[in-house]
Each structure stands twice: as C-alpha cells, then as structure tokens.
Design a protein around this ligand. Structure first.
Ligand code: F2R
Ligand code: MG
Ligand code: MG
Ligand code: MG
Length: 312
C-alpha cells in the first residue's frame, strides 16, 4: 500500500510550509515544550510563513513552468538568470518575511540590475554559507529522476544566491534526502544508517562527513533535541542547521508533526530546521500524515496544492 506520488508531493511542500510556520514564532527561544508547539498547531487563524516558504514557492513555480509539456530533461528545468530575478522579486514584494541580511543586500542589487554572480560576491566575496539554499530546495526532489539529477538541480537552484561550498553542500544534502524520502515506502522500516550513507555519498566534504557520523550515531538512540543541537548546531549556517534537520526527520520518519516539534525544541533557527525536517517527513509519509486542521490554515495552502499537482 505504497503512499501515492501526489500524496508525497503534497507532503513535501506542505511539510516544508508547516515546519516554517510553526517554527517561526519560536526562533531563538530556549525551553520550548511540546505543548507550546501543539498549542500553536491547534490554534485558529492563518499560519503565516517566512522567507523559507516564500522562496520554496518561487522555486516550485519556476520548475512547474519549465516542465510544462516538455520532456523531463534536467537542463531545461532551471534558468539561473530568471530564477535569480524571481527570488529577488519575491523579496522585493514582501521584504518583511524575515530574510537573511546578506541576501537582502544581494536581492537589492539584483532588482537594481546587477547580475546575480556579481551581486552575491559583492556581499560575501567567498559566497554566503547561510542555509537559504537548503531551506527552499526540496521541490527539486519532485523533478530530478535520480540522485545525480537532484544533485545538479539543487546546486543550480542554490548557486544564484549562495556561492560558498558549504551552502551548496547543504542544498544537495537536503535535496538528496528529500529524494530518498520520496522513494522509500513509509510502510517499511527505515534504516537511518543506510539513509545517511546515501546522502553522504552526494556530499564530498570532510566537514560534512563528520556531521553525518554524528547524525547516524544520534539517530540510533533516544537523543533529545538539546543534545542534538549541542552536537550538530542550530544556527543560520548550512552546516550548522541542515544536519540537525536530517536528524529531526530520522528520529521521527513517520510522524511529521513530531519531527517538526523535535526541530523546534532544538532551538536556534527553528523555522528553517523545522521546514527542512517537515519537508523530509512529509515527503516520506505523505500529506495524509500531516496534522489536518493545521495544514488547511497555511497561508499558502492553495499554491502548495497547485504546485504539488504540477510537480508530482
Ligand atoms: N534571517 C533569518 N532570521 C533572523 C532574522 C529574522 C528577521 N531579520 C526578523 O527578525 O524579521 N531567517 C532567514 O535567514 C536564514 C537564511 O539565510 P540566507 O538566505 O542563507 O541568507 P544570508 O544572508 O546569505 O546568510 C545568513 C547569515 O549568515 C551569515 N553569513 C553567511 N555567509 C557568510 C559569510 N561568508 N561571512 C560571514 N557571515 C556569513 C550572515 O550573518 C548572514 O546574514 C533562514 O534562517 C531564514 O529563515
Ligand atoms: Mg525564515
Ligand atoms: Mg553568496
Ligand atoms: Mg530561519
């Protein structure tokens, strides 16, 4: 009884947005409890998203437009110059969504006419190592046919804002993990060790290899969120947040709401870690596994449904 492709596509996109929306109010807060998060999840009124979902929607729309009617060739799926402009225009339309300080400057340059390659190097000469490429990348996993294509799409989607290797590694890590989560049958037991090995093979870096060792070790035992963030980090850098999101998913692969709560209780950059964990758990278990009243309160629910259908 394999969860359907469309259910997994919806799970990936809605899981990302739900993690972002539930995590945002807790950014930088310590001592957050499960009941604090459950209260937010069971509240009323729209659940407001931040830059994470805003840019994931831009990427999903970009991919959907380029796939329409064409053969699924990875090359045609991302036009970097157009994508950079679309990201920058989304920032310009809603600059209050909580964007990072670096991208705010480079988006400002891009909308003023600077080419993205020059804009991003003007802000950070070595490139940004922020988690912005990873936080929005999950939709590429709905398009790439295998690890190689997903890796290529992840890099291309991230490099228009993030030139640093660690930011690109973070985007590849999250995208390949989302690809695997889509492939796996949630009715079968998930091997955390094998999962981490496959992601590790796509990320050639000794720094990241150390992070993956810790993720694999902590996934096998009853780690709590405080121990997880102490060991892996929980900040806005890619290496300081993407591994924590992977662990949050591996601790609760079949319970997206629990994976999201684990990520939020780990503190720090909660919207982003929860968005990445939510995308993975949602892609694995499907939309039906997400908390029902909360997903219908997502501000972007209509667009999320639309792009899930297009990209599935
Ligand atoms: N920025 C936030 N949250 C904190 C502020 C919220 C907002 N101001 C508010 O309260 O309203 N959240 C969002 O940012 C993260 C994604 O960031 P992204 O897109 O990678 O941006 P950026 O600016 O490229 O990098 C983030 C920061 O990392 C540091 N940094 C990165 N590369 C650096 C380098 N080469 N040298 C020095 N520092 C570098 C800088 O401090 C950047 O500002 C997500 O959490 C998203 O939710
Ligand atoms: Mg955010
Ligand atoms: Mg950069
Ligand atoms: Mg964040």
């Amino acid at each position: 009884d394999h969860t359907s492709r469309i259910d997994k596509a919806r799970g990936l996109l809605f899981g990302l947005a739900l993690g972002d929306c539930l995590g945002a109010p807790f950014e930088g807060k310590e001592g957050v409890t499960d009941s604090d998060i459950v209260a937010a999840q069971n509240g009323t009124g729209a659940l407001r998203h931040t830059d994470d979902t805003a840019l994931a929607l831009v990427l999903a729309r970009h991919l959907a437009h380029r796939l329409g009617g064409r053969p699924r060739k990875v090359d045609g799926c991302i036009d970097a110059d157009v994508l950079a402009r679309e990201f920058a225009e989304a920032w310009q339309a809603e600059p209050w969504r909580g964007y990072g300080g670096g991208v705010t400057k480079s988006f400002g340059l891009i909308v003023a006419g600077t080419h993205w390659r020059n804009a991003i190097r003007a802000v950070f000469p070595d490139g940004s190592f922020g988690n912005g490429g990873a936080m929005r990348v999950a939709p590429v996993a709905l398009v790439g046919a295998g690890v190689r294509e997903v890796t290529e799409l992840a890099r291309r989607s991230a490099e228009v804002t993030h030139a640093h290797d660690d930011a690109l590694h973070g985007a590849v890590c999250q995208a390949v993990a989302a690809h695997l989560a889509i492939q796996l049958d949630p009715a079968q037991p998930l091997s955390a060790g094998a999962f981490v090995e496959t992601v590790r093979d796509a990320v050639p870096s000794t720094l990241w290899a150390k992070k993956f060792d810790i993720v694999a070790e902590l996934a096998e035992r009853d780690t709590d969120p405080a121990e997880a963030s102490a060991a892996l980090g929980n900040d806005v850098s890619a290496p300081g947040s993407v591994p924590l999101a992977l662990l949050s998913f591996l601790r609760h692969p079949r319970r997206p709401d629990a994976a999201i709560r684990f990520a939020i209780r780990a503190g720090g950059d909660t919207d982003t870690v929860a968005a990445m964990a939510g995308a993975l758990a949602g892609a694995h278990s499907g939309y039906a596994a997400l908390p029902t009243p909360a997903v219908s309160r997502l501000e972007a629910a209509k667009q999320l449904h639309l792009y899930a259908e297009h990209l599935a």
